[in-house]
Design a protein around this ligand. Structure first.
Ligand code: MG
Length: 297
């Protein structure tokens, strides 16, 4: 059973740690440290803030003015802010155009979008051709039928109409939360049909192809910033909240979880290096405040 969603203070109490890391370790794992201990010299070296959206920027499904303000303040300090999300192409078009961001990766790495304000032009960089995306959608529709039949209680995600490349199954956003066993059954349906699948905090996303959030982020860095991600990964902060952020937590030396990550502790294979005290968007603001304060000093 998952631990209850009661955050850091609960775990500190439950685990009975009076000092040091409150997070017990699995074999071979390094403890997550409170982000407030992030060293000042590292704060000054950070150039990129990569962030998940759902339950990392949001609080109960919404983004507060404090979160937008934190993103603006990060940009104002010269940092590049880039959401890395499973959200749909339609949403990402809006985000790239209107949010305080420098671009974003969407649909779990199927593309990156960037609004070039100097040329007033939207850059949409897909990994697959339009023809291939159309073929994939036909196959994914068949998988959707199988999942809806086999897993009662889930539904097609509300943003599916605006997706170009993947199928999102809602298990927690607009439906009552499903038990993890059924969420895993959705994943199996995708995999049996030859698709990849990832669990976010609200959806299971499935798609065809080898791309993922990390590979497409690397492509964005090469094509937009003209650097390899590997060269600059120690100048990146990645912040997220759920198992589908695991590969990023493992890759970036300065990965951060917001406190609600703790509800997935028995499902996540790679934990971040750091964790915030606060949950969701409040955790993101906490990270931004600590980072900016240290850079100013
Ligand atoms: Mg999330």
């Amino acid at each position: 059973m998952n631990p209850p969603c009661t955050g850091l203070s609960y775990l500190v109490r439950q685990e009975g740690h009076a000092g040091g890391s409150p997070y017990p370790l699995r074999d071979g794992m390094v403890a997550m440290k409170p982000f407030e201990e992030f060293p000042d010299p590292l704060k000054k070296s950070i150039r990129y803030v990569l962030t998940d959206i759902d339950d990392t920027l949001t609080i109960k499904g919404r983004i507060t003015s404090f979160v937008f303000s934190a993103m603006e303040r990060l940009q104002g300090a010269g940092l590049h802010v880039l959401p890395i999300t499973g959200r749909s192409a339609g949403w990402c078009d809006h985000i790239a155009r209107m949010w305080p961001v420098d671009g974003l990766v969407g649909e779990n790495g199927a593309f990156y979008f960037r609004y070039d304000s100097s040329r007033k032009k939207m850059v949409r960089r897909y990994l697959k051709s339009e023809e291939q995306r159309k073929k994939d959608r036909t196959e994914l529709e068949k998988i959707a039928g199988i999942i809806l039949e086999k897993v009662p209680g889930c539904q097609i995600a509300s943003d599916q109409s605006y997706r170009e490349t993947d199928l999102a199954i809602d298990f927690c956003e607009d439906v009552p939360p499903l038990p993890m066993e059924q969420v895993e059954q959705i994943v199996r349906c995708f995999e049996e049909a030859g698709a990849r699948a990832r669990i976010s905090s609200i959806h299971v996303n499935g798609w065809f192809g080898t791309h993922d959030k990390l590979t497409t982020t690397a492509l964005l860095f090469e094509e937009v910033f003209k650097v390899t991600l590997e060269q600059v990964k120690d100048r990146v902060i990645f912040i997220g909240d759920s198992p589908n952020d695991g590969p990023m937590f493992a890759y970036y030396p300065h990965s951060v979880g917001v406190a609600n990550l703790l509800r997935f502790r028995d499902k996540i294979e790679e934990e971040p290096s750091w964790i915030t005290r606060e949950r969701g968007g409040r955790g993101f603001v906490e990270m931004a405040d600590i980072l900016l304060r240290g850079r100013a000093e």
